[in-house]
Ligand binder design. Sequence first.
Ligand code: HEC
Ligand code: HEC
Length: 300
Amino acid sequence: MTKMNNLSCGASVSKMGWALVSAGSREQRFWACIVGLLMVATVATEATAERSLERGAYLVNAVMACGNCHTPMGPDGPIETEALSGRLVEKNPGFTAYASNITPAGPSGSWSDAELKTAIREGLRPDGSIIGPPMPYEAYRGISDADLDAIVAYLRSIPAVENDVPASTYAIPLPAAYGDPMVSVAAPEGTDATATGKYLAHNLGHCIECHSPPSQRGPDVWERPGEGGFIFTGPWGTSVSSNITPEALRRYSDGELANMIRNGVRPDGTKMLPPMPYYAYRNMKEEDLSAILRWLRVQD
Ligand code: HEC
Ligand code: HEC
């Protein structure tokens, strides 16, 4: 629960200098101590929960941009009052995909936390059915346990928006599962910026899924990761994802790359097209963006 569990009652109370427990019988002191510890534990747990919620909001809205698929789009981008309530996201010969309503008013609102986590990280609903593309499972199978907790905490906290989303239809065959059941995923070590950058870009931001060429199995993240060439059509017309391998990005400075990612503006001043979620990346923390840039330069 909290760090307090590791300390003996007397030691932690004396560390905090609570005079409260120094008077009274042994038994009174004991209970005062327990109550005090519970208060500290509650405050600490609430602080942890708040941090987790904050992290969840940041991941969903700035780094992972779930709303880029799940939020209804207007002419100016995502309609924030209808955030995450679902929409038609892709219609092609292979499938018609509706991103689900993932607000508390949608089907997943009644799933348990464990069920919702399995849906997000493994692509399986509680009834065992598989969640189809373009929900990016190649990437999301690597979401760490702590981040998954944070995402779920945040999804539970957002406004419920009523929106009946039709079922997707897939002409392409879908697998029974995207891999073995997951037990646990650790976050990358905090000090290694390149590993953190890979986790942010590859698993959370799913940059590589959008930036790999099409293949029979979806974007070819296995043989040709980052080489670009995936075609996106929408109200903007047609856009093609760029080659973002280290070789191709060498012509850009870090500042130019940051401006493309955050603002959707190329070094020559021209505006870049959707569906890359610049509006979300704009809110990415400086340290996270620099970790991403660091990894983009090597991509090992
Ligand atoms: C590239 C588009 C895309 C992105 C990004 C995306 N999703 Fe999805 N998601 C979908 C589609 C499409 C479906 C429905 C697929 C189907 O009908 O089988 C879906 C389904 C789901 C479901 C199943 C809900 C249900 O009722 O069946 C959950 C939960 C979910 N997404 C959560 C998330 C979360 C959380 C994020 C961000 C961390 C996210 N998605 C990012 C496209 C996306
Ligand atoms: C939903 C799909 C999608 C996602 C997610 C995405 N991109 Fe893109 N990206 C594109 C498309 C499409 C273009 C081309 C836009 C254009 O031509 O106007 C692009 C262009 C770029 C460019 C410009 C390169 C050049 O030479 O023109 C860079 C750099 C880039 N993306 C990096 C990233 C990074 C880093 C991430 C993850 C943090 C990311 N992208 C996530 C679709 C995506």
